[in-house]
Design a protein around this ligand. Structure first.
Ligand code: NDP
Ligand code: MG
Length: 384
């Protein structure tokens, strides 16, 4: 029986992880979890799973929740998040919080020797060099939850990764795949939140529409699989049936296919190296799809992907700046303070203004993250 710590249990990946745990009561149990501000869901999770620890953001919420929680200990703040992540009884941390707040709890869980099932891509984007080094030092596996990385992980499985030449990530294209840049000018938040293939949290749905999500995934793939950026490609594939591919040196390509269902990669990251049944999943019958489509990626149409390759190749503090500027700009878009295309402009201006530090330590990364957020806010306050 694997004991699981789940950060971000009230979110999209969090709920699907709970569903996986629920489907396999003999394999998995929830020992600790975190919520942000959704106290109704937090209370339901405590009732159903009776974990030892529940972490929330605010002290007031923690005090109220504690009254309704019986023997579950309720903690709060970043210390609470770290306590839930590294809870001593847990074997695995599923990190499904949104944003760079996920980094320090992941690092702590690695130090405590937990297996990491990583959905929080910001952890590797902002501090890949630190996280991978610590995982190697502690002998800890970082298993991808992101569907593209789970696909690549499975394509590489059993093969010598040294024989692999190229990683090919597929991108659905998000809500505005078929629109030109001109047609993006007046798009609304509601239109942007309407993803054709996946139901996800708001921030990542916007990231899919700007293609920043794929950019963050390129950086994530660079760290997870030790591939140079020149050997990581992205292609548009609107059906999201091929989740990603690996090309080997004899030109063979191995692809991973399946219905778009995040419970599959979540479950695999928890059960690896075993595979468990997915009783509620639907099978892939390719004749029902009929056709699969592919298209070359246009970096002028999807500027955020270009920014991410640039930030990844520059390294140092730049990926943290890219990520923090993106989080702040997307938040401003969701609050209807800026237009869709201004997300790109804000990220670009912030990257250009940043004085990069190479080989940064954790504190320098956190400082770069704070700087980028306040730089974007200062641009916004200048009258955007
Ligand atoms: P959601 O927005 O649905 O959920 C985010 C979770 O994080 C919620 O539980 C939320 O709590 C919590 N949270 C948000 N901000 C904070 C904070 N400052 N401190 C503590 N907790 C916080 O996001 P998703 O589930 O869609 O995505 C989560 C992560 O997984 C992201 O990094 C995303 O990129 C990645 N991912 C998601 C995929 C998907 O299909 N959704 C696919 C691949 C990767 P509350 O709601 O209670 O406030
Ligand atoms: Mg993905």
């Amino acid at each position: 029986m694997k004991q699981i710590s789940l950060l971000g249990a009230t979110g999209s990946i969090g709920e699907q992880t709970l569903d996986v745990i629920r489907s396999h009561p003999d394999e998995f149990a929830l020992s600790a979890f975190s919520a942000g501000v959704n106290m109704d869901k937090a209370e339901q999770i405590i009732k159903e799973f009776q974990p030892e620890i529940a972490a929330v953001i605010h002290k007031d919420d923690a005090m109220k929740l504690q009254l309704a929680s019986g023997r579950t200990k309720v903690v709060y703040g970043i210390e609470g998040l770290i306590e839930a992540a590294a809870y001593h009884e847990s074997d695995v941390l599923v990190n499904a919080v949104m944003g760079s707040v996920g980094l320090v709890p992941t690092l702590q869980a690695i130090k405590e020797g937990k297996r990491i099932a990583l959905a929080n891509k910001e952890t590797l984007v902002t501090a890949g060099h630190i996280v991978m080094k610590e995982a190697e030092k502690q002998g800890v596996s970082i298993l991808p939850v992101d569907s593209e990385h789970s696909a690549i992980f499975q394509c590489l499985n059993g093969e010598d990764a040294k024989e692999a030449e190229r990683l090919i990530l597929t991108a659905s294209g998000g809500s505005f795949r078929d629109r030109t840049r001109d047609e993006l000018k007046g798009v609304t938040v509601d239109e942007a939140l309407n993803h054709p293939n996946w139901s996800m949290g708001a921030k990542i749905t916007i990231d899919s529409a700007t293609m920043m999500n794929k950019g963050l995934e390129v950086i994530e793939a660079h760290w997870l699989f030790s591939f140079d950026y020149t050997k990581i490609d992205v292609i548009l594939h609107k059906e999201s049936i091929i989740h990603s591919m690996v090309e080997f040196k004899d030109t063979s390509v191995i692809a991973h296919l399946g219905q778009p269902d995040m419970r599959v990669p979540i479950q695999y990251a928890l059960s690896y190296p075993k595979r468990l049944e997915h009783t509620r999943g639907s099978r892939l019958n390719l004749w029902e799809n009929g056709k699969l489509h592919f298209q070359q990626m246009d970096l002028e149409r999807f500027r955020c992907l270009d920014f991410a390759y640039t930030a990844g190749k520059m390294g140092g503090t730049m990926p943290s700046v890219l990520n923090a500027a993106n989080e702040t700009a997307v938040d401003a878009f969701l609050q209807r303070r800026i237009s869709f295309l201004e997300i790109e402009d804000l990220i670009h201006e912030t990257m250009q203004a940043h004085e990069i530090a190479s080989a940064p330590v954790l504190e320098e990364l956190q400082e770069a993250d704070r700087w980028a957020r306040s730089y974007v806010l200062s641009l916004l306050n200048k009258g955007r």
